[in-house]
Design a protein around this ligand. Structure first.
Ligand SMILES: [Zn+2]
Ligand SMILES: [Zn+2]
Length: 395
């Protein structure tokens, strides 16, 4: 595949233009209607057949003349409920909504891949499946919905990337194994028996139970998990009471559990339930537990990651291909790993001079736009490895 001539300065300018358009028009999870229309119109223009298995999201099909594997390349398209504090002229035009995770960039990169490959589709061996996925940012994962709707049926591999502001522009991380955490959510409603603050012995104080549990739950990590194994329990909200002299009838707390292995994930759920029930019981209170499983662990297939490493090296140079330590952040890309071997790359998009080193989900988050071209070249190099007939996908 001779794609290099197709990725010139004009093509890079288009990536920036598309990304800025999307940045100005952010849409929340499962509401990406304009984004879906924007992507569909481009695929129409490039005569790429597609379907829309969900109300938002697009799945393009680029089939070559030669037999070969079906390789899905995935991006996400949703924005976040954040009021943008950037001041550049393409800042969000929608109050309270913002592309603060880089998904505008991901969509732009996948559009770039679509256009470039559409100009040389005969050379593709097999099929490149272009998965423009909705709703990455919510527990009700868009990836899961896309998979259930058949978007990646029959694929042999799935490749994705995330622009990453904590990785310097010009670097790509392509580690094998677990790279992002499983993320579950728990809600505890503690029922006691309220009364006058002056007569606590006549009540069962749920607030005291809740406050105690905040500390006790940390012992799951410090006493029940090997210090060599990563785990996080965070209580992120705690609500109880209305007045200084009233013991409330109930208290509520919620939090997140992060792990890098399925076995530890199950262990922590079990122990969190037990700790909450027995701690409440010890104080005469009752607890109602709602435990919701979120994204599983993002597991980069070790062989596929090794197979794609030369693609990253060809894009940024061998020395700039790194193995970032796993993060306890989560990504619904994880679900694709249950369908086929999958690899998720981190593409550096942070630089001080372009003020793109704010953390993801920060109101001043933005990406270094030089990373758009890098992301596109990485995808093209990857596709060259998987779908040009030169090499067999690892099995
Ligand atoms: Zn995000
Ligand atoms: Zn993201």
């Amino acid at each position: 595949m001779d794609w290099a001539e197709h990725v010139d300065e004009d093509a890079e300018r288009d990536l920036v233009r598309w990304r800025r358009h999307l940045h100005q028009h952010p849409e929340l999870s499962f509401e990406e209607f304009e984004t879906t229309a924007y992507v569909s119109a481009m695929l129409d223009e490039w005569q790429i057949p597609y379907d829309r298995p969900l109300p938002t999201g697009v799945v393009g099909h680029l089939r070559g003349r030669n037999p070969g594997p079906t390789v899905a390349v995935r991006c996400d398209m949703d924005a976040l409920p954040i009021e943008e504090q950037n001041t550049f002229d393409f800042k969000s035009g929608v109050p309270g909504k913002m592309h603060a995770c880089g998904h505008d960039g991901h969509t732009s990169i996948l559009l770039g891949l679509a256009r470039t490959l559409s100009e040389m589709r005969d050379e593709i061996h097999g099929e490149i499946r272009l998965v423009f996925q909705p709703a990455e940012e919510v527990l009700e994962s868009g990836a899961r919905h896309m998979i259930e709707a058949g978007a990646v049926d029959g694929v042999d591999a799935v490749i994705g990337l995330h622009l990453f502001s904590t990785l310097d522009t010009g670097r790509i991380s392509l580690a094998g194994g677990p790279i992002m955490a499983a993320a579950d959510v728990f809600e505890l409603t503690i029922a006691g028996s309220g009364g006058h603050g002056a007569y606590p012995h006549q009540t069962i104080d749920p607030l005291m139970v809740a406050a105690g549990l905040v500390g006790q739950l940390q012992t799951l990590v410090s006493r029940r998990v090997s210090p060599l194994e990563p785990a996080v329990v965070t209580v992120g909200s705690l609500h109880a009471g209305t007045a200084p002299n009233v013991i409330p009838g109930s208290a509520f707390l919620s939090g997140t559990v992060r792990t890098l292995s399925e076995s530890l994930r199950e262990q922590l759920e079990r122990e969190l339930r037990r700790m909450s029930e027995l701690f409440a019981q010890a104080h005469g209170a009752r607890v109602e537990i709602k435990y919701q499983k979120g994204n599983p662990v993002v597991q980069n297939d070790v062989q596929l990651a090794g197979f794609l490493r030369p693609a990253a090296a060809a894009t940024v140079g061998e020395r700039s291909v790194v193995n970032m330590a796993p993060t306890m952040g989560a990504e619904d890309f994880a679900y694709y790993g249950s369908v086929a071997p999958s690899v998720f790359a981190f593409v550096g998009a942070g630089s001080r001079e372009s003020e793109s080193d704010f953390p993801h989900h920060h109101p001043r988050f933005t990406v270094d736009e030089r990373a758009l071209g890098i992301g596109l070249r990485f995808f093209l190099e990857a596709v060259e490895r998987t779908s040009s007939g030169q090499a067999e996908l690892p099995t």
